[in-house]
Design a protein around this ligand. Structure first.
Ligand code: KIV
Ligand code: NA
Length: 279
């Protein structure tokens, strides 16, 4: 498979081919996403919850993100890899944002970074792109700002909210973002914003009118314990957790019952050698 680059993504967008993106947080989850043909792999800071068991994304550090980025970069050989700048690593100033972005590219081996925020982050986006690091913007529901937003709520539902979303989308485009994630916004708003932009929109909970889609891998593959509630926009395409549990339970049963390991799982020894050993 040919390496996906910014021009590849631009060409897809131009011919109206949906761009596919999924999160990965380590070598195996990156490898399988790459082999399954994903155009882009995102090392999302959602790994704070899904890989590290943290309460929310505000806890994960830049150094921790970088460790995961590096393992994803080893697993995804063709996909375009984007790393999330975590909360606290880019808000203070555009210089601060650029320093964190450079660190993530040099040490994390990603191709681009993502950061949350609209018009207010335009100077940071401009600073980072000027240094030659592509930026994926992220507007609408921005989980790092959940305390200010009052939780995980749909954004751009009112006329004023939709106008703000459009203004943010235009601002990040003008600042140089190569694409923008639209999270949890009404489908018709996302579709109109997509029409008004030159750059692709990557939707998550933003309907079918976006230029591409992104989902969190553990959510869409069902790699989480039963009973967890998923956001409305997630479609569960698999049941990886149940399959892992089934396999581990079967292993347990066979070890307890001494049916594993069977003879085909053991190394033979010449009989004479053993007889000699036994004496
Ligand atoms: O952290 C993440 O997984 C994300 C995507 C859901 C867009 O930011
Ligand atoms: Na994120």
């Amino acid at each position: 498979r040919k390496k996906v680059t910014i021009p590849t993504l631009q060409a897809m967008h131009k011919r109206n081919e949906p761009i596919t993106m999924i999160t990965a947080h380590d070598f195996p989850s990156a490898h399988v996403a790459d082999q399954a043909g994903m155009d882009m792999v995102l090392v999302g800071d959602s790994l704070a919850m899904v890989a590290l068991g943290m309460e929310d994304t505000s806890e994960v550090l830049l150094e921790e993100m970088i460790l995961h980025c590096r393992s994803v970069a080893r697993g995804a050989k063709a996909a375009f890899i984007v790393g999330d700048l975590p909360m606290g690593s880019y808000e203070v100033s555009p210089e601060h944002a650029l320093q964190s972005a450079i660190k993530m590219v040099k040490e994390g081996r990603v191709h681009a970074i993502k950061l949350e925020g609209g018009a207010e982050m335009a100077p940071a986006i401009a600073k980072i792109t000027t240094a030659g690091i592509p930026v994926l913007a992220h507007i609408g529901l921005t989980p790092q700002r959940q305390n200010a937003l009052g939780g995980f709520r749909v954004q751009g539902k009112s006329t004023a909210g939709a106008l703000k979303l459009l203004a943010d989308a235009l601002a990040v485009q003008e600042a140089g973002a190569f694409a923008v994630v639209l999270e949890a916004v009404p489908a018709e708003v996302a579709a109109l914003v997509t029409k008004k932009l030159r750059i692709p929109t990557i939707g998550i909970g933003a309907g079918n009118g976006c230029s591409g889609q992104v989902l969190v891998q553990v959510d869409m593959s069902g790699n989480f314990p039963p009973g967890r509630s998923l956001p409305k926009f997630v479609k569960q395409f698999g049941d990886v957790w149940s399959e892992a549990r089934r396999a581990i339970e079967q292993y347990r049963t066979e070890v307890k019952g001494r049916s594993y390991p069977a003879s085909e799982h053991t190394y033979p020894m010449p009989k004479e050698a053993y007889t000699e050993f036994e004496r």
